[in-house]
Design a binder for this molecule. Structure first.
Ligand SMILES: C[S@@+](CC[C@H](N)C(=O)[O-])C[C@H]1O[C@@H](n2cnc3c(N)ncnc32)[C@H](O)[C@@H]1O
Length: 301
């Protein structure tokens, strides 16, 4: 990714998904002390370690951080008086969030069925499971989780909630397993995997936030190309890493549309996403499903 983004001394990085700051720190070393880094994350708990990991680099750029959803990153960047030369979004959750039992993102440990990345959100996964009509629950699990047994799972959840409140990850995992019945034994992955993913995407409105980020990128790119005020610099490089085909489809389509409409100004996007090598996938199993797409507002992909 570093090679594709080509960070240069004095440039500004806006990292929409700071996480623990791994990517930002790697880029920061190339920006040097005259560069700037704006770290954004919906999870305020991640911003302190992310800021430290950038600051601790030798010759670190100036760093500031804002706890917010990247759906509003355009306004935040403008408010901070910055213009992004490099824009990064590494979607989803960080390893510490997944490992935190209180978040309820994983079926590996019993925990409250929460799943919020942003603690200020009001609705949890338990609220969705308790309130959605069977049909809507089935659609959600099918569309966001691409779960073929979504209807059976929704039926089992609705049956169960008549007699017990479904409030923990262990309950949800058990009920999904029951809905799978004998098919659980032949399932390659834990039967609850897709249902958990669907609920996490819904609780955090992950596709809605991504659409709003892409709207901001499109607007910023058009303004930058017409020499109007923009939160993106005219030579901005944008990198989005997604882990889900629904996300990747949104990114691919929008990057292509932007590159096409600004073709005469030199905008480009790579035809194919960059995927993890065998070696990377072995070291970091989550990277197996990662797809990196780059949009360059001016030149050479
Ligand atoms: C995969 S991690 C990022 C890891 C980071 N690139 C690193 O190197 O450590 C994703 C991060 O994005 C954050 N996040 C997810 N959705 C977000 C959103 N809509 N707005 C802002 N941050 C978001 C999560 O809280 C999490 O910290």
């Amino acid at each position: 990714m570093l090679g594709a983004l080509d960070p240069k001394p004095g440039e500004t990085l806006v990292d929409c998904t700071a996480g623990l700051g791994g990517h930002a720190a790697a880029i920061a070393t190339r920006l040097g002390p005259t560069g700037q880094v704006l770290l954004v994350d919906v999870d305020p708990a991640n911003l302190a370690p992310a800021t430290d990991s950038v600051r601790l680099r030798s010759g670190a750029p100036q760093v500031r951080s804002v706890a917010a959803n990247f759906a509003s990153v355009e306004a935040i960047t403008a408010r901070e008086g910055l213009r992004a030369d490099l824009l990064l979004a590494d979607l989803g959750f960080s390893s510490n969030q997944m490992a935190d039992p209180l978040r309820g993102l994983s079926f590996a440990a019993d925990a409250p069925l929460d799943m919020r990345l942003d603690p200020s959100l009001s609705g949890t996964a338990a609220d969705l499971v308790a309130a959605l009509p069977e049909r809507s629950l089935a659609d959600l699990i099918f569309e966001l989780g691409e779960e073929p047994l979504a209807r059976r799972i929704a039926k089992r959840l609705v049956e169960a909630r008549r007699t017990e409140a479904i409030t923990t990850t262990a309950q949800l995992a058990r009920l999904v397993r029951e809905a799978y019945g004998s098919r659980a034994a032949s399932s390659r992955m834990n039967p609850a995997t897709r249902t958990f993913m669907a609920l996490r995407i819904a609780v955090n409105d992950e596709l809605g936030a991504l659409e709003r980020l892409l709207d901001s990128i499109e607007r910023g790119a058009a303004n930058a190309a017409s020499d109007r005020e923009s939160w993106l610099s005219p030579a901005c490089r944008v990198a989005i890493i997604s882990f889900h085909s629904l996300e990747d489809r949104l990114v691919k389509r929008r990057f292509r549309a932007i590159a096409k409409s600004l073709e005469t100004r030199g905008a480009e996007t790579s035809r194919k996403p960059v995927e993890a090598s065998e070696e990377e996938s072995r070291g970091n199993p989550r990277s197996r499903s990662a797809k990196l797409r780059i949009l360059r507002l001016r030149g050479r992909c």
